[in-house]
Design a protein around this ligand. Structure first.
Ligand code: SF4
Ligand code: SF4
Length: 380
């Protein structure tokens, strides 16, 4: 369907959407509501009208705070997207129960966009068994869902299969200039575009990795355009694709909101020269050999206590900066109980990782790297 068919009285969907996944937190790890209110206020003032939450985000608190903050605006002036936690459905009744709970948590009568969350081929038997699509189609017919789609983390083949299940109105895929070839985002985008299914983009900045890149890649981008942030290049890459109706950025600070708003005010699509700049950036970045973890935390909790994404985060930083002392400090800061060395190779995390990262193979390597680095005399 054409993108304009997704619009309601809220008007055209803004290219920048607010992902409510990585919200700012206070020292006690609770959501920093005051700061978030400022961030959402700034986004609304600049016209942002698309907000994307989900049942598990921020341990269930995202839906509540999203609903509370959006209650300050007329319901017909924004788009709200929410998602069914497919993995939490263990009976046909669960669909309606959780859906109604979500409406209540968000304080709304309907969702503009509703998705089967984190779809993979392995979840299809459960989707069929508990008739999730039929149940949500009924909610759509009842007016409680305006547009029905799914978010997706699997192969192009699995995507084709998924498309056969329903006349989907939109989809949400992971798309950024790193995954364009690495995780077949290009092919997925093409499949959806060929079928005229509008695309919402998640992880445009790869969980922040394309904002921090490696020092060499950052230096290169700065040499091309000193005023543009690395994140702005990544957002523009996704938003330049004609079948993309919204690019979701999981913003955690007011500075990120301001930087993103600058990127889209006004939005300038990538030029041919810009695509060459991105290709060169990628070449420099890939030379660091980073692990493609987006810090989504779907692999957690690990029964051995390993904080998987944090270990990948500190290791990637080492690969990018080659700063061994910083790595030693960061690894220690994870806390002995959360370090990679605790991995017992149970493999429980493997199927949960949308990026198909070989976690049980990599954890011992991270631990080994830590062990083999010569420690400075002052280290202990
Ligand atoms: S393989 Fe290692 S990291 Fe993964 S769940 Fe098991 S112990 Fe945790
Ligand atoms: S290892 Fe995979 S599942 Fe875990 S946080 Fe990283 S990308 Fe997400």
């Amino acid at each position: 369907m054409p993108i304009s068919k997704l619009y309601t009285s809220a008007g055209p969907i803004t290219r920048l959407g607010f992902g409510m996944m990585r919200l700012p937190v206070k020292e006690d790890q609770s959501i920093d509501r005051d700061l978030l209110a400022k961030m959402v206020g700034a986004a609304r003032e600049a016209g942002v009208n698309y907000f994307d939450t989900a049942y598990p985000y921020m341990d269930g608190a995202s839906e509540i705070v999203t609903g509370e903050l959006l209650a300050n605006y007329p319901r017909e002036s924004f788009y709200l997207a929410d998602k069914l936690p497919v993995w939490d459905i263990h009976s046909a009744d669960d669909v309606e129960r959780i859906f109604n709970e979500q409406l209540k948590k968000c304080g709304v009568e309907y969702f503009d966009f509703y998705l089967l969350h984190n779809m993979t081929a392995s979840k299809l038997p459960s989707v069929e068994k508990y008739k999730m699509i039929d149940a949500l189609d009924r909610q759509k017919k009842a007016g409680k869902i305006r547009h029905f789609g799914f978010s997706f983390h699997d192969t192009p083949e699995a995507l084709e299969k998924m498309l056969g299940y329903y006349d989907w109105e939109f989809t949400q895929i992971q798309l950024n200039y790193l995954d364009w070839d690495l995780l077949d985002a290009k092919r997925q985008y093409e499949i959806l575009t060929e079928r005229d299914i509008p695309v919402a983009v998640m992880e445009p900045v790869r969980g922040g990795a394309l904002a921090t890149l490696s020092p060499a890649a950052l230096d290169y981008l700065k040499s091309v355009d000193p005023a543009a942030s690395a994140a702005s290049w990544a957002l523009r890459f996704a938003a330049s694709l004609p079948n993309v109706y919204v690019v979701l950025s999981g913003m955690s600070t007011l500075e990120q909101v301001e930087d993103n708003l600058k990127t889209f005010s006004p939005f300038v699509p990538l030029s041919e020269q810009d695509y060459k700049t991105i290709a060169k950036t990628l070449e420099i970045y890939n030379a660091s050999g980073s692990i493609p973890c987006t810090a989504c935390r779907y692999c957690m909790d690990c029964p051995a206590g390993v904080d998987i994404p944090k270990n990948f985060g500190v290791y990637n930083r080492l690969l990018a900066t080659k700063n061994e002392v910083e790595f030693l400090n960061s690894y220690n800061t994870l806390g002995a109980e959360h370090q990679a060395a605790n991995c017992v190779g149970c493999g429980q995390c493997l199927d949960k990782c949308p990026q198909k990262i070989a976690i049980p193979e990599l954890m011992p390597k991270i631990a080994e790297r830590y062990n083999t680095i010569e420690k400075p005399s002052w280290f202990f």
